[in-house]
Design a protein around this ligand. Structure first.
Ligand code: SF4
Length: 396
């Protein structure tokens, strides 16, 4: 799965899974082995994308179709073109696999074929020469591509030579998305992130010096419920960000998700999740502390209260006002707004759509709603419980 905002991108897999795979809060690649993909195979994938693009164009012309990327037209292409066999080893019917591949490519072209996202985790970790070769090939086959982005770990960019990073930028690498999560060494160590605050700064500055744009992901809630550590986590994170000054800061509040080592630690009582009030306080510290301008976004559904994307300099004042006003409300009022944010904001619906909204989760929400409307002193506690149970089901 690509990050939020990559819906217009061609997703190109250059490695499989995550080379680190030890962060306690992450369940994405657990149990899966890392491997780099062969450059020849990646180039063959790029060739397939080109052939699919040609097929869509050619058949659309032949059929006189106005909208060459509509589902029905793509289905017709699959029916007409026996050459489209799909991947029999993928576990889905070949015709369906063919349709899906065609749909991915059609979707990319519908958006102009300008953006590419390289997967999986830390694609920057591919051998520099190999990655440069892939980028050059991609741009050669699709000269209209404007933006190529990838996930990167700070330790990986920190270990790359300036020349290697500059070569990658010249070959077309425009953005690296870096999971900073925290600038607090204590939190980073507890979460087994495999990086220190100093390494975050070194890695980030090297990207910037090479002219590669950087989006830094930060994770409110990662320090857990202890208020002193929670504050230090965000203050240290702000310090790291102020040193790097990335182009974007993306806020991704912690969800203690099933399948992650942290979920077991939470069940054993070794980690206590912070409340929604604490999450919001950390986000306030973040907005207050950043001393440079950047795009800031809070689009992930795990974030409390508001969803925003824009230039920090323009929205900072308004967001801090919203938070201040919210924090002056009563506990019952805050609980109601938090609950509505996750139910009416779509998170609960997404989890229902996954088939993961079991009766226990439905009951927690019903009990929280009842507690709020009955004015129970436990309303906030029950709201936090329902929301953390919701977040444990996954991150939309
Ligand atoms: S580096 Fe990223 S993908 Fe890998 S385990 Fe950590 S959070 Fe998950």
């Amino acid at each position: 799965m690509g990050p939020i905002g990559e819906g217009e991108s061609l997703i190109l897999r250059v490695n499989r899974n995550c080379p680190w795979n030890r962060c306690s809060f992450c369940n994405v690649y657990k149990g899966k082995m890392y491997s780099a993909r062969d450059v020849g195979d990646i180039k063959r994938d790029i060739d397939v994308v080109r052939r699919l693009r040609d097929l869509i164009e050619m058949n659309s012309g032949k059929m006189g179709l106005h909208n060459c990327t509509s589902r029905e037209n793509l289905r017709q292409i699959v029916r007409d073109c026996l050459v489209l066999e799909g991947n029999e080893g993928s576990g889905v019917a070949p015709q369906w696999a063919a349709f899906r591949s065609l749909q991915n490519v059609a979707n990319w072209f519908r958006y102009g074929g300008k953006k590419v996202f390289l997967q999986d985790a830390n694609a920057l970790g591919l051998k520099a020469g190999s990655l440069t070769e892939v980028l050059l090939y991609l741009k050669d086959i699709f000269p209209d591509i404007q933006t190529i982005s990838t996930y990167a770990r700070s330790v990986t960019s920190g270990r790359r030579s300036s020349q290697e990073l500059e070569d990658l930028r010249k070959a077309g690498l425009s953005w690296c998305y870096v999971g900073i999560e925290s600038g607090c060494d204590e939190v980073l160590k507890f979460m087994n992130k495999g990086v220190t605050a100093e390494e975050h700064v070194r890695g980030g500055l090297k990207l910037k010096e090479a002219g590669i744009r950087m989006a830094a992901f930060v994770m409110p809630g990662l320090a857990g419920a202890k208020s002193e550590l929670s504050r230090k986590h965000m203050e240290d994170t702000v310090t790291v960000l102020n040193k790097i000054q990335p182009d974007e800061v993306r806020v991704r509040s912690l969800a203690v998700v099933e399948g992650a080592p942290l979920y077991e630690m939470w069940r054993q009582g070794e980690f206590q999740s912070c409340s929604e009030d604490q999450l919001l306080e950390e986000i306030k510290l973040l907005f207050e502390g950043l001393e440079f301008d950047c795009t800031i976004e809070t689009l992930q559904m795990t974030n409390p209260l508001f969803t925003v994307k824009g230039p920090l300099s323009r929205i900072k004042g308004g967001i801090l006002d919203i938070i201040d006003k919210f924090q002056s409300l009563s506990r019952a009022e805050r609980a109601k707004i938090f609950l509505e944010h996750y139910t009416e904001g779509g998170y609960l619906e997404v989890v229902r759509g996954w088939g993961k909204c079991d009766s226990a989760l439905e009951s927690l929400f019903k009990e929280a709603i009842r507690a709020i409307y009955e004015g129970s002193p436990k309303a906030m506690e029950m709201t936090d419980l329902a929301i953390s149970a919701l977040k444990s089901k996954g991150v939309p």
